[in-house]
Every structure is written in structure tokens, then in C-alpha cells.
Design a protein around this ligand. Sequence first.
Ligand SMILES: *Cc1c(COP(=O)(O)O)cnc(C)c1O
Length: 428
Amino acid sequence: MLYQRSSQLFADAEKVIPGGVNSPVRAFKSVGGTPIFVKSAKGAYLYDEDGNKLIDYINSWGPMILGHAFEPVVEAVVNRAKLGTSFGMPTELETKIAELAVNMVPGIDKIRFVNSGTEACMSAIRLARGFTKRDKIIKFAGCYHGHSDSFLIQAGSGAVTFGSPNSPGVTTGTAKDTLLAYYNDLESVNTLIAANEASIAAIIVEPVAGNMGCIPPQKGFLEGLRKMCSENGILLIFDEVMTGFRLAKGGVQELYNIQADIVTFGKVIGGGLPVGAFAARAEIMNHLAPLGPVYQAGTLSGNPLAMAAGLAMLENLSNDKEVFKRLEEKTNYLANGMDTVLKKNGVVFTINKVGSMISVHFDANPVIDFKTAANGDNATFKKFFHGLLKEGIYIAPSAYETWFITDALTYEDLDFTINAIDKVSKEF
Ligand SMILES: *Cc1c(COP(=O)(O)O)cnc(C)c1O
């Protein structure tokens, strides 16, 4: 496949956009080469500026769970745009999507919409701090909660790929309020709680981690966090920006039957438009302005185009009783096929998956946290990435990323992918 035009477009972009991209994970820094510029996408496929067709396993990093240019979402946006694109005044649409989200997700009474997952998580910890009147938070190494200052402490994929786990520009004052624990390691949480008595506002966690590859919570991990939080007056925040409306209608809370205190959303909830949200029971949400003292706002929050897209997406997920089952079956099919051909070709690997999230790690040991995820062989990953690209398959250009399976993928696409993996891994 040729990438002449993409290379030219990237060279042009680099002159006026830092690194040529508006989000670092889009760059090909860790795999080499230049990013591919997209012209359009439909269903499971990307069409790039050089005329190549690619099977897409990134899907805008999650949102396009039903495939690109999903008709009901496109229609909702187009129709809504004709009525005006922003008012800075309330619309009925916002209540409709809020009602639906509150119905789909367990344990939440109220939800507020923002413009990104970053904003959702940033606002969630402010709310937790305001509610508990405490300053500190606990996060886990390798978990990503957006790029706001408090979270840029060992922050998974993007930040790790670029070797800047503690970004310059984050003050030491801010960093000191973020305590770092280890995923799937309750003892590390216990130690922090004991050493910071009555000063921890919240524990924020990706309940199924997706920003260091896909890492499922081990049995008892989330239950243990729930218990520690309840016993110590700490709020448990599930960052479901990636998992929300993806792993189940009600996200991980429903999947594993565990109740968080605050839940954050992004990605799928916007159907491909810039949307984030955070939600909790009324007692907590009522602390937000204008009802309460915790300030949070946004000129474009609840934007009608974004809400129309999100509503169409959630309605389709809510009405389709089989969608999450179908997604999981496709993921299992891919996992089994990949397992077979990689074994046959003598490759050392581990596959992790939950629902429609899957990752392959080029290491023999179980991948259960950031440290074990970092053991993967990046030289092999590079060959894997570029080999698949040549075959017309687009996976994330970093070994620390999850693949997102969409409902638009056919079993022919999956077979094609498995055959390509066979071909590519023969040459490792
Ligand atoms: C993507 C992501 C975010 C950040 O969302 P943005 O919309 O990119 O700001 C936060 N948390 C998790 C778990 C994510 O996967």
C-alpha cells in the first residue's frame, strides 16, 4: 500500500501543528513511519487519502461501537444541525439523553454533560473533593483519566509511549495530592489509605483497564476497593470513559455488579461527537453549581449536535438486546483465531480481553498491571503493526492500546484479519 499523499499531508501538518497531530497517540512515534490521513470511513472500514481501504480496529479509540457513519447517528446530527448548532440555553434533547443514560446505568440519579472524557474526570474529582472536603486522590499506575494536571502521574498509553509519565507543567503542589497505587494490588491501596488517614477524597480507577492494553480486574479487586472506600469515607470513581455503554448497557457496574459513587463517561456516549459526562446519586450531584458550591461549567456543554448523536447512539444500544453479546462473540472469535495462528508460528504472546476490548501482548507472562504490560516486546509489536498495515488492517500504533471491536465487523473481516496475522507472524 502506498502512503505518498499521507506523507505529504503529514509534512504540511507538521509545519503548523505540533508533531503534525492534535493528539499525541495519533503519531507513529513508537512504531515509526508517518500517520495515515483519513478521507472517510463507513462501517468497519477506513478509506485513506491514498485510496487504501483499511479494516479499522481503533474506531476513533472507542466511540464507533456500531461502525463508522452509523446511519441513525448521521441522520440525527444532520437533522439537528439545520435547527441551529449551539444556543447556550437549555434544550429538551439534554433531558432526553440524561433520562436514557440514568435508566441504562445502575445507581445514578443525575448526570452532567461535558465535552470530553478529560473534562468528565477532572470534574468528577473536583466534585469528590467538594463533597468529602478532602484533597487527596488515589489513582493507579497505567490508568489514564485524561490529560488534566492531577492525572498525569503514570498515565498509561499516550503518556507512557512518549516517556513522560510526569509531564512538565504539572506543579509539584498538584502532583503531591495524587497518590499512586498499583492495579490489581489491593495491598498498595491499603498502605496509602493507612498513611493518609481521613485525607483521601476519592479512588479513581478504570474498572476494566484499557490504556495499558486491556487489563481485566482480578477477582476481588473492585470488591476490595468498594469495601475500602465505604469503610474510610472515600468516594469510588469508576472511569468508564472507555467501558461505559461498551461492555454492557450499564458498563462495568452492571457487568460485575459493583456500585461506584461517581461514574465518568466519554467516547461511546457521544456517538463520535465530543461528549463526556459524569454521574452519581443525587446526594452527590446536588453539590454541583448552580445547586451547590462545586463550580463546573461549559459554553458548549450539552451541545445539540453532540446530544443528538449521543442520544441516537444510546437509543440504538439500549434497544438492541443482543448487541453486547454479538460484540463479545466477535471478540472471542478473533481471540481464538489469533491464538491459534500465533501458537502455530511459535510466537510468544498473551491475549487479554473483556467484552469488545482485546489486546495482544508479546510476552509470555500474564499481563495484570502496568509493570507486566511494559514487559511486552516492542520490536515484535512494530513488525506486527506495520505487517498488518500492509495487509490493510489498522490497529493502534502503540503496544499499550486496546483494540475496539465494532458491530460493523463481519466474520469475513475477522477471518481476513486472522489470515493476515498468520502471514505477518510467520515473518517475526
Ligand atoms: C479516553 C479516556 C479518557 C479521556 O477522554 P478524552 O475524551 O480523550 O479526553 C479518560 N479516561 C479513560 C479511561 C479513557 O479511555
